[in-house]
Write a protein that binds this ligand. Structure first.
Ligand SMILES: Nc1ncnc2c1ncn2[C@@H]1O[C@H](COP(=O)(O)OP(=O)(O)OP(=O)(O)O)[C@@H](O)[C@H]1O
Length: 856
């Protein structure tokens, strides 16, 4: 076929124009801008936002859009029917008076209708343009009635695609049939011109490309991931129409059965069976799910090709033999075919985003007034005289050792004053560093620290403790802008820097913190500060604390937070863990929680807790499949030394494992010790705690153990500390929070309505209790919930006591007995430490057989 070289569409338009004695006018754009610069005092963005949030505006706009949509639809239909007449009017538009053109137009929406329809239909999409008024109508409907007639984004995508695709397909047909003169209005300019342009290059390939576009659209739109061919041979096998429980078979089950039945004598073909014994046997029903992966996924198309009746539910096609009515056969719909609502965009439209804080909607964050205002009590006061005297002493000491300096500057911090000196040229830094003791002597002060050189400053710093130090109150840092506006995931305010700036860190980024300090130097206050920061910033649904306190007295005040913020083992009475054996179980339980969370993340296709929770909040994860909002878990261990002495490797290993792996799933560790020796802070632990904080320690060796450098032994106590993170060392003054304040905060939170119980960690049974012995379990005396528990385990394919506990609302001991019975019945495998037990039964049918046998 000869390939057209000029575009007959252009000829059509030109001819229509010529008939009226005119040429289509070129569009003139002189580039002049008509926009006025807005007045600086008026905020257009806010005004527009306000306009759109005003319901009167959305109602007006919605009705307008629906009206426009109807007008546009009528105009386009009219144009398709009266095309040539409207084309003449549009072509002559600029040459004759408007009134005259208006009388000539035959478009049902007048001259404007002719213009608009000419653009949409003739120039762009042809008949596909009819999709556009539908989109406008749907948008108008949503604005008017506040709800969607059809899912707006998906419908818009489908309609836009069909507009372009139909234009391309019709353009191809018009081109190859050489009928542009008469029919180009049906395909519009886009489809026709693109086909003209590509025909020379690809010829028939255009059609293949158009077909491929449809295929690609179907794949993405229906989220098709693989093409499974229906097993035609399976269709020819007779099937039991129902499962024992009356539900229909799934495709997978049918396949399994087919394998079993391969050994059976002779397969009976359904039609044959129906003919043989129509009166006595109900006709068999086939019910298979296959992913729809065809370019024409209509029920009719597939029904025709397979000869069975097909209905499409969600994205699965269900085949049914046309002679059998499942309801007649007493079948109930099988749950596997229920559409998964969590694959639907509209859940957010219907219910809004998931808000975890609605667990406790009345919850009030602790108020600032619960913290004592120490404002006037103690302020750092370094008088000018003291400053000048110190500067002189430093200069003189250095001069005595032959060191000249160019300048000296002081900045007063809460605990120490930093004197920054710029040495004269040629002075060796190490020489100044070696004079630490001499400078301390001349200033007659303890705790002088020399930082040579100051990182990134080009100076040498000498920290000299203030005679009157400032107490940094918790209230002053909690109420600071930097903390209240902090958007960190787990913000902790660690105190004030040497230049009086408030230092807020993100525990989630640290991601774990190791704390050391000799007794009485401020560790407990430091832990209280950390906990207070988190409690002030987080809702109980977003954060859970696991508190380990071998000293038994330090963290008891936080008991009151049990039903809000604390997490504990299911069988444990006390929410604060003090017993070493329980600590080991808790650490292992956290490892199980970590593994469970990783499984959830894997199922959800997320890399970390934030992504997972974001997906859950957008209602993209199905709670029926075990998904739930995951709160951060912060594990605080107040005295590691004690645990290491009593349990050694038993605590070291789970701590190291958690520290290595738990950051992505939102479990963060804060481990404190007063003895930072190498047998407490072992290499394994140290390597996994990049952020370390040291209060004053007793020796340089301890300082090295915790910080990998000296300096912590020079601190002046009472919350004076060094934080080492990302290889930087910062000196900070920890805020002070008193036990009365902690008591008030915990009372304030604890007196509010909380959860029914503390957050339940997965159960972990230590070696001595974990091994169940088949012989001890009497299967004739099964728990009344045995069948239900077995089904639960098989459906979830998870051999976990806590699952039984949670779903069947049973106590720990009863759930434990049930799991032992399930093990004895060979439904779950043996106890395997921190891992969930294997489930030995793969499907419900197999399970029902086992349950039946047990009852015999
Ligand atoms: N940030 C601080 N600001 C002012 N004073 C503080 C600060 N931190 C601690 N102190 C003072 O030091 C005392 C001891 O602090 P803390 O109880 O925290 O020590 P510790 O290191 O936990 O001791 P231990 O290991 O014996 O429990 C506090 O009672 C308080 O007077």
């Amino acid at each position: 076929m000869a390939q057209p070289t000029t575009s007959p569409r252009q000829n059509t338009l030109r001819r229509n124009a010529d008939r009226n004695g005119t040429e289509p006018r070129p569009r003139i754009n002189n580039g002049a801008s008509t926009g006025r610069s807005s007045s600086p005092s008026f905020n257009w963005g806010t005004a527009i936002d306000r306009w759109f949030t005003d319901q009167r505006s959305t109602l007006t706009l919605g009705v307008l859009l629906m009206g426009l949509a109807v007008g546009l639809l009528v105009a386009c239909v009219s144009y398709l029917l009266n095309g040539p007449a409207d084309q003449s009017v549009v072509g002559a538009a600029f040459s004759e008076p408007l009134a005259e053109a208006a009388t000539e137009t035959r478009n049902w929406v007048g001259l404007v209708g002719a213009y608009v329809a000419h653009a949409f239909v003739f120039r762009w999409f042809g008949v596909g343009a009819l999709a556009l008024p539908i989109i406008v109508f749907l948008a108008g409907y949503k604005l008017t009635f506040g709800k969607e007639l059809l899912p707006l984004s998906r419908t818009t995508a489908a309609l836009l695609f069909s507009a372009v695709w139909s234009s391309l397909l019709l353009g191809y047909i018009v081109l190859v049939t050489n009928s542009a003169e008469t029919s180009s209005v049906w395909c519009g300019g886009i489809g026709y011109e693109l086909n003209v342009a590509l025909y020379g290059l690809f010829g028939w390939g255009n059609l293949a490309f158009i077909a491929f576009l449809l295929f690609a659209f179907v794949v993405y739109f229906f989220d098709v991931r693989n093409i499974k061919m229906p097993d035609v041979s399976a269709l020819s096998r007779p099937r039991s129409p129902k499962r024992p429980d009356g539900t229909l078979h799934t495709y997978e089950e049918s396949e399994l059965e087919a394998e079993e039945e391969d050994n059976e004598p002779e397969p009976i073909i359904p039609s044959k069976a129906a003919n043989q014994d129509k009166t006595t046997e109900p006709a068999p029903t086939y019910d298979h799910t296959v992913p729809v992966a065809t370019s024409t996924p209509t029920a009719d198309a597939i029904s025709q090709s397979t000869g069975v009746t097909l209905t499409i539910k969600n994205r699965d096609a269900v085949f049914e033999d046309s002679v059998a009515d499942p309801e007649e056969l007493g079948a109930t719909p099988a749950p596997t075919f229920e559409p998964d609502p969590f694959e639907d965009d509209d859940l957010v439209a219907l219910h809004g985003l998931y808000d975890p804080t609605l667990d406790l909607p009345q919850y009030q964050y602790p108020t600032n007034s619960l913290l004592t205002d120490y404002q006037n009590s103690r302020k750092a006061s370094v008088s000018d005289d003291e400053l000048t005297a110190n500067k002189e002493k430093i200069e003189n000491t250095l001069r005595n050792f032959g060191i000249e300096i160019d300048s000296i500057q002081a900045s007063i911090g809460p605990t120490v004053t930093l004197y920054e000196i710029v040495p004269a040229k040629g002075v060796r830094i190490s020489k100044i560093k070696s004079l630490e003791d001499d400078i301390a002597l001349s200033l007659s002060a303890l705790g002088i620290r020399i930082i040579a050189p100051m990182p990134g400053m080009g100076t040498i710093g000498i920290e000299v403790p203030n005679k009157n130090r400032e107490m940094v109150s918790m209230r002053s840092v909690i109420t600071s802008e930097i903390f209240s506006n902090s958007k960190f995931d787990l913000p902790i305010v660690l105190g004030k820097t040497i230049s009086n700036e408030i230092y807020v860190a993100d525990l989630a980024k640290m991601p774990h913190l190791l704390m050391a300090g000799a007794t009485g130097q401020g560790k407990s206050v430091g832990l209280n500060v950390l906990l207070t920061s988190l409690i002030y910033k987080k809702h109980p649904s977003q954060l859970k604390l696991v508190l380990v306190d071998p000293k038994k007295v330090e963290l008891t005040l936080f008991n009151k937070l049990e039903r809000h913020f604390l997490a504990k083992l299911p069988d444990s009475e006390e929410p604060i863990i003090t017993d070493t054996k329980k600590v080991v179980n808790t650490l292992n339980s956290l490892c199980i929680e970590m593994d469970n969370r990783y499984n959830l993340l894997k199922d959800a296709g997320c890399r970390n807790l934030k992504e997972y929770n974001a997906k859950f909040v957008k209602r993209r994860l199905n709670p029926d499949k075990g998904h739930h909002f995951l709160p951060y878990i912060v594990l605080i261990i107040d005295e590691l030394a004690d645990l290491m002495m009593t349990a050694g490797k038993e605590v070291e290993q789970p701590i190291a494992r958690l520290a290595q792996l738990a950051r992505a799933i939102g479990i963060h560790l804060v481990v404190a010790t007063q003895r930072p020796s190498v047998n407490v802070i072992t290499g394994l632990i140290k390597a996994n705690f990049p952020a370390r904080l040291s209060f004053k320690v007793t020796s340089k060796i301890d300082s090295r153990t915790i910080l990998d450098t000296g300096g912590a032994e020079q601190l002046v106590g009472m919350g004076d500390m060094l934080l080492s993170s990302n290889s930087d060392i910062i000196r900070l003054q920890c805020p002070f929070v008193d036990t009365n304040e902690i008591e008030d905060i915990c009372e304030f939170v604890g007196n509010q309505r909380g959860y029914d119980d503390a957050y339940s960690l997965p159960e972990f049974v230590g070696d001595e209790g974990g091994q169940s012995d088949d012989k001890d379990v009497d299967l004739d005396n099964r728990d009344p919930m045995f069948d239900e528990a077995a089904r639960l385990i098989v459906i979830h394919q998870q051999g976990s006591t806590s699952l039984i506990q949670r779903k069947l609302k049973l106590g720990y001991n009863r759930a434990g007995r049930l799991i032992d019975q399930l093990e004895a019945a060979k439904i779950v495998g043996a106890f395997e430490g921190s891992k969930a037990r294997d489930v030995l039964v793969q499907d419900l049918q197999h399970l029902e057989e086992i349950l039946k046998r047990l009852k015999e």
